[in-house]
Ligand binder design. Structure first.
Ligand code: F6P
Length: 351
């Protein structure tokens, strides 16, 4: 069992929980891990079930006991913690969502919430916690790490917006879901000679929009990472296309780059081309995970268990140069992610 680095009379603010005595990696073998908790946090992503299954099976097959925490950090501080066995994860690999359920816990963004979570782990004798989620979930994990709780993060978000990893579980499934929906929208846009403006998810990032835009042959792709000149990048592109004989148009807008309804209205007003908005929304978060997501989740779950067995704590499991590896949580969260300017340029040349 870990020792809390702070006592209740001296709980620092989360923002100042900068490791006074915590130094990231615990020496191998210093404290043996026996019981591990696993939770999913933030927005769900296809492949989260495959992640849990991998943690449970590789953990138990390596001699660990695995406990499931329901409803993310919310369930942690409330003590919603129960053992999971290898049979409990049967038939979960192919299922979307997360059977442990998930939440965006506001309490866990407070110092009391984090400390309560750490205390609850002590109540259940949990030696370490594996967290599947996005950036916000990893910040929660880092806060626990700074209190002395060994943690491992596995990237699970459709947005692919975590800087230290090339890939986040759920991204491929979400893009395929969006691509199939946009192919259908193209059919009807083509029949009616319309412009279809489609808003995809991604929060502040444009990865889904850019790649789905390339895959569906979109005329215009709007992402938050690139400043848009509406007249030049949208109106002019559509009119140039019309003048070359195009009769329907697909505009993909990342949710962080604008509002599909407003954009469709502006396009219709300025070009006279009938335009319709579609917001794909949460359907992008559902569905059976693709092969890419199932395999990445399975490999990352196993890597998380390996880190714990080898005494390498407070790590984020990542994909780097196509290989599953891990990085220190402090280092990983300090990185900045950028979209490749070359890909943006290529997308423009394809339109
Ligand atoms: O982070 C995943 C994501 O689906 C984002 O793309 C989106 O902005 C957000 O979650 C939506 O969150 P919620 O489901 O809480 O509305």
């Amino acid at each position: 069992m870990f020792d809390l680095l702070y006592d209740e009379s001296n709980i620092p603010e989360i923002s100042t929980l900068v490791a006074k005595s915590y130094n990231g990696v615990t020496e191998p073998g210093e404290k043996k891990i026996k019981k591990v908790g696993v939770l999913t946090s933030g927005g769900d992503a296809p492949g989260m079930n495959a992640t849990i299954r991998s943690v449970v099976r590789t953990g138990i097959n390596s001699g660990l006991e695995v406990y499931g925490v329901t409803r993310g950090y919310h369930g942690l501080w409330k003590g919603e913690i129960s053992p999971i066995g290898v049979r409990d994860v049967s038939e979960t690999l192919q299922r979307g969502g997360t059977f442990l359920m998930t939440a965006r816990s506001k309490t866990f963004m407070t110092k009391e919430g984090v400390l309560q979570g750490a205390r609850m782990m002590q109540v259940y004798d949990l030696d370490a916690l594996i967290v599947s989620g996005g950036d916000g979930s990893f910040q929660g994990a880092r806060a626990l790490a700074r209190l002395g709780v060994p943690v491992i993060g596995i990237p699970g978000t459709i947005d692919n917006d975590i800087a230290c990893t090339e890939y986040t579980i759920g991204y491929d499934t979400a893009m395929n879901t969006a691509m199939e929906a946009i192919d259908k929208l193209r059919d009807t846009a083509s029949s009616h000679e319309r412009c279809s403006v489609i808003e995809v998810m991604g929060r502040h990032a444009g990865y889904i929009a850019l790649n789905v835009g390339i895959a569906t042959g979109a005329e215009v792709i709007l992402i938050p990472e690139v400043e848009t000149d509406f007249n030049r990048d949208v109106i002019r592109t559509i009119l140039d296309g019309r003048n070359k004989g195009k009769r329907h148009y697909i505009v993909i807008v990342a949710e962080g780059a604008g509002d599909a309804t407003e954009i469709a209205q502006k396009i219709e007003a300025q070009t006279g081309i009938e335009s319709r908005p579609t917001i794909l929304g949460h359907l992008q978060r559902g569905g059976s995970p693709t092969l890419r997501d199932r395999t990445t989740a399975s490999l990352m779950g196993a890597r998380a268990i390996d880190c714990l067995l080898e005494g390498r704590y407070n790590r984020l499991i990542i994909e780097k140069n196509g290989v599953i590896t891990d990085v220190d949580i402090e280092e990983g969260l300090a990185m900045q992610k950028t979209i490749s300017p070359k890909d943006i340029e290529t997308a423009k040349r394809l339109s």
